[in-house]
Design a protein around this ligand. Structure first.
Ligand code: NI
Length: 188
């Protein structure tokens, strides 16, 4: 079946606060979800996407920190679990569920993550740089946490107001094609 671009939930949304549950078997349904998630992520110019962002509360994330480049390396992680954290990095994070916004967030600079790949085989990798940031950002989504939960309440409330306005604007313009502004930061 052909991969499909799914609708990305916009924060604030109660479905983005709901915790995802582990996948019990990596079957064709999970692989179809993964294909749709990659399609959705690339379509929205993101470098990461978590299943709850498309309304599916399963522990599944997809990542590609170099999309549309020769070295492009799509990674799908089922039931990802961060085993260790090292160092610190501050990165201006964005989120496909919080379009047009970015804020500095401090994360671990390196993480070791264990997950099941699309074939259900256990993998363990050490990630650093943007990939480490993305793994932490996406696994947060699985716990119902978004990056604005890591910034000050003042900033978060300003962003909440802008997102509420954006939702109203989008509802009004729902029949017209949308155009996303591209920023310097990564949308995860
Ligand atoms: Ni995100």
């Amino acid at each position: 079946m052909k991969a499909m671009v799914r609708e990305i939930l916009i924060w604030p949304d109660p479905r983005l606060k709901k915790k995802a549950v582990p996948v019990t078997k990596v079957d064709d349904d999970v692989r179809a979800l993964i294909r749709d998630m990659f399609e959705t992520m690339y379509h929205a110019d993101g470098v990461g996407l978590a299943a709850p962002q498309v309304g599916v509360h399963l522990n599944v994330i997809v990542l590609d920190t170099t999309p549309r480049q020769p070295e492009s390396k799509p990674i799908a992680m089922v039931n990802p679990e961060i085993l260790s954290y090292e160092g610190k990095i501050v990165y201006a994070e964005g989120c496909l569920s919080i379009p047009g916004e970015s804020e500095d967030v401090e994360r671990a600079a390196q993480v070791t993550v264990r997950y099941l790949d699309e074939q259900g085989v256990e993998q363990t990798i050490k990630a650093d740089g943007l990939l480490a940031v993305a793994v932490q950002h996406e696994t947060d989504h699985l716990k119902g946490i978004v990056f604005v939960d890591h910034v000050s309440m003042l900033k978060r409330e300003l962003i909440r107001k802008r997102m509420k306005k954006l939702k109203v604007d989008r509802a009004e313009e729902s029949e017209k094609p949308s155009k996303r502004a591209s920023g310097a930061s990564a949308s995860l």
